[in-house]
Design a binder for this molecule. Structure first.
Ligand SMILES: Cc1cc2nc3c(=O)[nH]c(=O)nc-3n(C[C@H](O)[C@H](O)[C@H](O)COP(=O)(O)O)c2cc1C
Length: 130
């Protein structure tokens, strides 16, 4: 959740760095991952070792729109936790499949509306900065 820790992970030789606030459930008033992600990504990518490291983001991702936003903010991969569990426990594989379909459909809608033909086209230019 901070540049210093991400750079330490890089120094230890990490291949993947996960930007995560543990779903916001461990420390009250922890910032959202989307808030800290751009600066951490910038710090990582500004180093030689950090050019190729895989960056994941998770915490509060509930829709495909959230996935696209995290990608636009610099994540290579976006993870979701509790929504999967909430489907898996009562509905099993079918519930998880329908959640993934729902998220994929929102990702496609967001990509059409922002003129992104491929996932690689998603970048911060599609975000509206207030
Ligand atoms: C019940 C529960 C237990 C968790 N335990 C851990 C843990 O032991 N270590 C950890 O790094 N993250 C833990 N997490 C955080 C998840 O790895 C993940 O970051 C989080 O669920 C993503 O946010 P989301 O659930 O809003 O999608 C836990 C999350 C939940 C809901």
């Amino acid at each position: 959740m901070c540049e210093e820790d991400a750079l330490s992970a890089l120094e230890t030789g990490a291949d993947i760095i996960g930007i995560s606030n543990h779903g916001g459930r461990v420390l009250d008033s922890t910032p959202g991952v989307a808030d800290v992600l751009p600066n951490i990504v910038k710090a990582i990518r500004n180093t030689k070792k950090g050019k190729k490291v895989v960056i994941t983001a998770d915490g509060g991702v509930r829709t495909g729109f959230d996935v696209v936003k995290m990608l636009a903010l610099g994540a290579d991969h976006v993870l979701t936790g509790r929504p999967i569990v909430r489907e898996a426990v009562p509905h099993g594989a079918e519930g998880v499949r329908s959640l993934i379909d729902y998220m994929r459909s929102d990702i496609e809608k967001a990509m059409i509306m922002t003129s992104c033909n491929t996932l690689e086209d998603i970048n911060s230019d599609i975000l509206y900065d207030i």
